[in-house]
Design a binder for this molecule. Structure first.
Ligand code: ZN
Length: 758
């Protein structure tokens, strides 16, 4: 259920966190619970959380009257109400129809949805010890609640009857898809099984949950208990002062007498491998890190992985799928594991080719320095950093003065006006949960039609989680009246002094546009049923609209108007932007290969079926067959692949980062091939087939309508620098009238591929 609350985050690490908390395979099964501000019976007069949302815009969340003590009684009452609604549907004496079963499910549970929305905001934005105590008690209850619905046999029989009925063919396409989605998700959770099989399924899920916990604990202890000791000043050679300080602090915390210690985590090891001039220590650090969970001791994860894979294979068979990978892909855009393998193998070869080029650049540098070495895996980051410094060095302090948070927000609004015909007007009479939060009303520029509300919670504070994310407070739907969307964007910028502009990094500016892309996806939604609305789309598709919007921050139109120096008011120089663009392609061979090696091993492990797998041997053989460059190791070796083995979240799903990036790169070229990033006709197709349709159509069909063809991988190859850039324009390109504005450069893409960084 938590899956609904904080759906999208900028860092995949946070997506991982989400996947871990969202209840295994059953994450989707709160599907009928979209929050919409319809009236419902108020169960008590004193608990504001149980009341429908009142006020303007079809009702707004009563953030000013929330009391933490109200959450538990409100959630319990709302769960009981929801269960009663669902039981009423399940026990209906009338023959099952779309209206009395599927549409009725869409109408159920809105009290619970409203409360969970606010509960989720308190969890991510307003957490306190008092609230965490409530969470500790209520989270397991909420998780168990979803099962009570999916395991309702009478309910499933009715859904199945509608799915198999003659009536279905006569339903509107959106309704047919909704029936398919309900049916598929119930089947995927085991609704079709007989009592004995259901018992076995539940045993498997419980065993898996235990194994996930053990896997996680083993990995954590290898990360916490093992470390690299730096004994003398010479061991610190090459490390910048900030790393020396951190190492000294780490040693102090461990009560180790060494001059410093390097923790066995990515955030400590990667910088050490990047800067340490001590090759012997780099090798030691590298080995420490890549052997997490693989040391043949009490914390070894190999046996656990074997067991997890066997249980997953058994579960998939039980549920009627050939392998876990097939089960996983059934409701994704990619549809089959074969489709993901095809895509990954298309990118693999050119990425490996690029790695060979990167290595030879680095080898040349090492030879020039008379290092007398052959580049090994523990040298990669060190020499890559030297090449980067020589070729692409960018000084963040040169860029930041041009990136003012509030100016960029205005830039986002301007882009939304150009692409989506939206206007944003600040509103003040809407309650907020903290004085720093501001709210805008979104309207259609031409008709003045109310579109929705956009809340902005920009600053870091105690009790707010790190990172950036989008949140859907209310999902658009038209099942009962015209319910408009309420969405929010959340970031963690440090609040400046009053009147002083907040200057942010290029990555942060990109992240800002990314989250705004999710918000626009939610706001643009124009569908009838809440389960199919807004950002409720397949997990390998949901990041596509947001990744796509990142491109617009780098368009000359935005940079010239909104990336203005906070003192001089002058726009960011083109030369600086070009430098960023060039740097975005640096080291993409390494980044792509270390990611893809993990994604390929993930998929192959879950295609292997019931065979008893020795993870180390399987990994070694797979990489040999693939021709893995010896200078690179998987980003996540199997014994430490938490995405895949600390929950079901990304198992046979690690490919999704690449999948959505292919769509993203290909879709942006639709603009550059036409009149540029603000081409009206392409923007109209983007709205019509991607942003407004939610999950009412197969995303592959939606994409085809938008692009006129299936996505092609070539654009991604260009984006990552694996293929030569296209000539910037094609026939039909009409440059904007010259006027007095500085001349726009047609090439506009500047993006670092941070989504792969997880
Ligand atoms: Zn996102």
């Amino acid at each position: 259920m938590a899956h609904k609350v904080i759906r999208n985050m900028i860092s995949s690490a946070m997506v991982l966190t989400l996947a871990n908390t969202s209840g295994v395979a059953f994450a989707q099964f709160a599907m009928h619970k979209q929050n919409y501000g319809l009236s419902s019976v108020s169960l008590t007069g004193s608990n504001v959380l149980l009341d429908k949302w009142n006020g303007p815009y079809g009702g707004i969340p009563p953030f000013d009257r929330v009391k933490v003590a109200d959450f538990k009684p409100a959630l319990e009452a709302a769960m009981a109400e929801d269960l009663a609604e669902v039981n009423k549907i399940a026990s209906d004496q009338a023959a099952p129809t779309f209206d009395n079963t599927i549409a009725a499910m869409e109408m159920a549970g809105h009290t619970l949805n409203r409360i969970q929305t606010i509960y989720g905001i308190w969890s991510s934005n307003m957490s306190t010890p008092e609230f965490r105590a409530v969470e500790g008690e209520m989270d397991p209850k909420l998780a168990g609640f979803a099962d009570q619905i999916t395991q309702n046999t009478a309910l499933f029989k009715r859904i199945e009857a509608v799915y198999n009925s003659a009536e279905k063919a006569a339903l509107a396409p959106e309704q047919q898809r909704l029936v398919w989605l309900y049916y598929t998700n119930f089947v995927r959770a085991g609704a079709k099984l007989d009592a004995a099989a259901k018992t076995r399924l539940s045993e498997i899920n419980q065993q898996l949950a235990k194994l996930f916990t053990q896997f996680n604990a083993n990995q954590l202890s290898d990360e916490n208990d093992r470390y690299l000791e730096l004994k003398t000043e010479a061991d610190l050679a090459g490390l910048p002062q900030s790393l020396r300080d951190a190492a000294a602090e780490d040693a102090k915390e461990r009560k180790v007498s060494a001059i410093g210690t390097i923790a066995n985590t990515r955030s400590s090891i990667d910088p050490f491998l990047t800067y340490s001039t001590r090759r012997d220590l780099r090798e030691k650090a590298w080995r420490l890190f890549i052997n997490r969970g693989d040391n043949g001791d009490a914390h070894d994860n190999n046996k656990i992985i074997t067991d997890i894979l066997q249980l997953r294979a058994e579960r998939a068979k039980l549920l009627g799928y050939p392998t876990h990978a097939h089960w996983k892909l059934a409701d994704k855009m990619a549809k089959t594991p074969e489709n993901t393998m095809d895509l990954m193998m298309k990118v693999w070869k050119p990425a490996v080719q690029r790695v060979h080029e990167e290595v030879s650049d680095m080898q040349a540098l090492a030879d020039k320095e008379k290092a007398g070495i052959k580049i090994e895996a523990w040298d990669y980051r060190y020499y890559a950093e030297k090449v980067r410094k020589a070729k692409y060095d960018i000084d963040e302090t040169q860029i930041k003065p041009y990136l003012q948070l509030e100016k960029l927000r205005e830039g986002m609004f301007w882009v939304a006006g150009e692409l989506f015909n939206f206007t944003f007007t600040p509103v003040t009479k809407v309650p907020v949960y903290h004085p720093d939060i501001r709210v805008w009303e979104v309207k259609d520029k031409t008709t003045g039609r109310h579109v929705g509300l956009w809340y902005f919670d920009p600053y870091a504070r105690a009790g707010k989680r790190s990172g950036a994310w989008m949140n859907e407070y209310r999902t658009q739907q038209k099942l009962d009246g015209n319910v408009t969307a309420i969405v929010s964007n959340n970031t963690n910028f440090v609040k400046g002094k009053p009147g002083e502009p907040i200057l942010i990094s290029w990555d942060d500016a990109t992240a800002l546009f990314h989250e705004f892309g999710h918000a626009l996806h939610g706001l643009s939604s124009n569908v009838k049923y809440p389960t199919l609305a807004g950002t409720n789309v397949a997990t390998d598709y949901v990041e596509f609209p947001s990744q796509l919007l990142e491109h617009w921050v780098a368009t000359p139109e935005v940079l010239n108007r909104f990336a203005l120096h906070y003192q001089t008011g002058k726009p960011i120089p083109r030369a600086l932007v070009d430098k960023l663009d060039r740097a975005s392609k640096f080291n993409q061979g390494f980044a792509t290969v270390e990611y893809l090696a993990s994604a390929l091993v993930d998929m192959k492990l879950h295609l292997a079926g019931a065979q008893k797998i020795d993870p180390d041997a399987f990994e070694k053989q797979t990489l040999t067959e693939l021709g893995m460059p010896s200078e690179i190791v998987m980003r996540h070796r199997t014994p430490q692949f938490g995405h895949v083995f600390s929950s079901d979240g990304y198992a046979a799903g690690y490919y999704s980062y690449l999948w959505s990036d292919v769509l993203n790169a290909d879709a942006f070229e639709a603009f550059t091939e036409a009149g540029g990033p603000y081409d009206k006709a392409v923007a109209e197709r983007l709205r019509k087939y991607i942003f407004t349709v939610g999950n009412t159509i197969d995303p592959a069909d939606g994409y085809r309508h938008f692009r006129g063809r299936d996505p092609q991988v070539d654009a991604l190859m260009r984006k990552r620098g694996f293929a030569p850039a296209k000539a910037p324009t094609k026939t039909g390109f009409k440059p904007p009238p010259p006027k007095s504005a500085p001349k726009p450069a047609p090439k506009t893409k500047v993006k670092r591929d941070s989504r792969v960084d997880n």
